[in-house]
Design a binder for this molecule. Structure first.
Ligand code: NAP
Length: 277
């Protein structure tokens, strides 16, 4: 069994981007990300803080808009429109979730697709489906990067994704398909999940349930990618996979923390840099 070190791989990506941003600066090009946070959700504040830190490390300018929870839909749409029209802004990120009185779908749709570095806009989702270039959701894009940089080939492999969310499961399946994997998507209505997962050469788990996947779900020698992240009662983090039970049966596995998690921000940064290329 080999551990896939997401911390190290994400650092490599950030260092490559740092070099790229320096080159762009020499050509007189700056990369600028606008980050909008609405309300005072503590987890969202931590995510936004981490994104700003990564920007700083790479040399990306970050503009921060911290708005009160009482912000109206109109105020938020007006800020997005201003940023869409600002030539200096390359990427726009609205931290989710938004307060309940604001419709997230409407806000995502208002972002110019060419600045949608989260890859959530329906145009970018559609582009992924029909094989055109566009921004791709950062977490599944990070999984592909982890596989490639660990020398794991996807072509012709039996790939099973557990979960069909718009942010992880569905784009994950489309990306594995783009890499010529033979892809099965499973979800809460899948009959006999174990019989499907135990045939997977590559198993990507995004189920949102702590330590749900045990050794009996996994084929001997499979590659297991754990997207889940949960804080346990003892304050430690764990994934959707029962790592201690599963690890020995795998050829490669991502740990939690230090697997998929750090890749999400690295891929966001990659999207920001690509927005000026
Ligand atoms: P989500 O929206 O809750 O989706 C979970 C998916 O799992 C759904 O499609 C659901 O099926 C399916 N599911 C639930 N119970 C199941 C069962 N018993 N058997 C088979 N499938 C089942 O979650 P998400 O946003 O995709 O996130 C998944 C996990 O990844 C979470 O732990 C989240 O915290 C984590 N995450 C991590 C990162 C990161 O940066 N590392 C980023 C995003 C998310 P239905 O569609 O039928 O309900």
């Amino acid at each position: 069994m080999q551990l896939i070190n997401g911390k190290e791989i994400s650092m490599q990506i950030k260092d490559e981007l740092k070099v790229k941003v320096e080159e762009l600066k020499k050509e007189g090009k700056e990369v600028t990300l606008a980050v909008i946070l609405v309300g005072d959700d503590p987890a969202s504040a931590v995510y936004v803080g981490n994104k700003k830190k990564a920007c700083e490390y790479i040399g990306i300018n970050s503009l921060s808009y911290e708005l009160p929870a009482s912000t109206t839909r109109e105020e938020l749409l007006s800020l997005i429109s201003k940023l869409n029209n600002d030539e200096k802004v390359n990427g726009i990120l609205v931290q989710l979730p938004l307060p309940k009185h604001i419709n997230e779908d409407e806000i995502i749709k208002a972002i110019d697709p060419s600045k949608d570095v989260d890859g959530f806009h329906p145009e970018n989702v559609g582009r992924l489906s029909i094989g055109q270039k566009g921004f791709v959701s950062c977490t599944p894009a990070g999984v592909i990067e982890l596989l490639k940089r660990s020398g794991i080939s996807i072509e012709g492999k039996n790939c099973v994704v557990i979960g069909r969310s718009n942010i992880v499961g569905k784009p994950m399946a489309m990306l594995l398909l783009r890499e010529n994997g033979t892809v099965t998507i499973t979800h809460s209505r899948t009959a006999d999940l174990k019989s499907v997962t135990s045939k997977a050469d590559i198993l990507v788990v995004a189920i949102g349930k702590p330590k749900f996947i045990t050794a009996d779900y996994v084929k001997e020698g499979a590659v297991v990618i754990d997207v889940g992240i949960h804080r346990m009662e003892n304050k430690k983090l764990c994934g959707d996979v029962d790592f201690d039970d599963v690890a020995e049966k795998t050829s490669f596995i991502t740990p939690v923390p230090g697997g998929v998690g750090p890749m999400t921000i690295a891929m966001l940064m990659k999207n920001c840099v690509e927005s000026v290329l």
